[in-house]
Design a protein around this ligand. Structure first.
Ligand SMILES: Nc1ncnc2c1ncn2[C@@H]1O[C@H](COP(=O)(O)OP(=O)(O)O)[C@@H](O)[C@H]1O
Ligand SMILES: Nc1ccn([C@@H]2O[C@H](COP(=O)(O)OP(=O)(O)O)[C@@H](O)[C@H]2O)c(=O)n1
Length: 225
């Protein structure tokens, strides 16, 4: 019996991790886990409960309090916090501005990484897990590791497209680069390409081309197992 395929897709903001991961998982009948949504969810809980997100000690003390549950159907992924749907509030600018600080706290990472590994272990058909540290820390033995990249300009343009012009391109790019730096520069599980990850620069590619590329890489891996 072939063991389930485990795919790790990491990379900075706006490279296409979520869009690609969901589409690839749906096409191949795999589960899907958005680990960024989990970090956003715990950040939203902290903000909603008056935790000072500039105080790592206060964050650490509260790290295990919220119950965070991710649904892994790529066609309809879900995330709840203490039983309530959190899919909308976790995408607000307030959460986006605070998530890197909360995510840098080891106690936060420890509880979420345990949950991520558990989800991967229970995905009978296999799973695509996207984030910042999946290939390096969460699932180092993944069947295939992809590291998506793109120019800061392309990523800002894509993000701005999503924000429906809520802020200038320059402001979006500046916020993106700042968060990338925070994620890459932190001590615990920094954003970095795993040595055995396949890098895909998506700058000049359409989303469909990226999806096709990743599906092909997975099928090639499966063929030699
Ligand atoms: N290669 C691409 N070309 C054009 N648009 C893209 C590409 N990849 C993703 N997008 C779009 O950019 C936005 C951000 O993509 P997303 O998958 O959320 O990136 P990430 O999860 O890496 O932040 C979405 O609107 C998505 O449809
Ligand atoms: N595996 C992960 C995933 C996200 N994160 C943190 O969560 C934030 C939001 O992740 P996200 O994937 O929702 O962000 P985008 O790439 O969609 O902009 C990141 O900027 C990181 O600070 C992390 O630390 N580790």
């Amino acid at each position: 019996m072939e063991s389930p395929v485990i795919v790790a897709i990491d990379g900075p903001s706006g490279t296409g991790k979520s869009s690609t991961s969901k589409a690839v998982a749906a096409e191949l009948g795999l589960s899907y886990l958005d680990t960024g949504a989990q970090y956003r969810a715990i950040t939203w809980w902290m903000l909603s409960n008056g935790i000072d997100v500039e105080d790592p000690d206060e964050i650490a003390l509260a790290a295990t309090k919220p119950v965070i549950i991710s649904g892994t159907d790529p066609k309809a992924p879900t995330i709840t916090v203490d039983g309530a749907d959190a899919s909308a509030p976790i995408r607000t600018p307030e959460v986006t501005a605070a998530v890197s600080a909360v995510s840098a706290v080891p106690e936060v990472r420890r509880r979420l990484v345990d949950a991520q590994r558990c989800a991967a272990a229970h995905a009978a058909q296999g799973i695509v897990v996207e984030g910042r540290d999946i290939g390096t820390t969460v699932l180092p033995d993944a069947t295939l590791k992809i590291f998506l990249t793109a120019s800061a300009e392309a990523r800002a343009a894509r993000r701005n497209g999503e924000l429906k012009g809520g802020q200038s391109m320059a402001a979006t790019q500046e916020a993106l680069v700042r968060r990338d730096a925070a994620d890459s520069g932190r001590k615990t599980s920094p954003l970095i390409k795993a040595d055995d990850a396949v890098e895909v620069d998506t700058t000049g590619l359409s989303l469909d081309q990226v999806i096709e590329c990743v599906v092909t890489l997975i099928e090639e891996k499966r063929a030699v197992r």
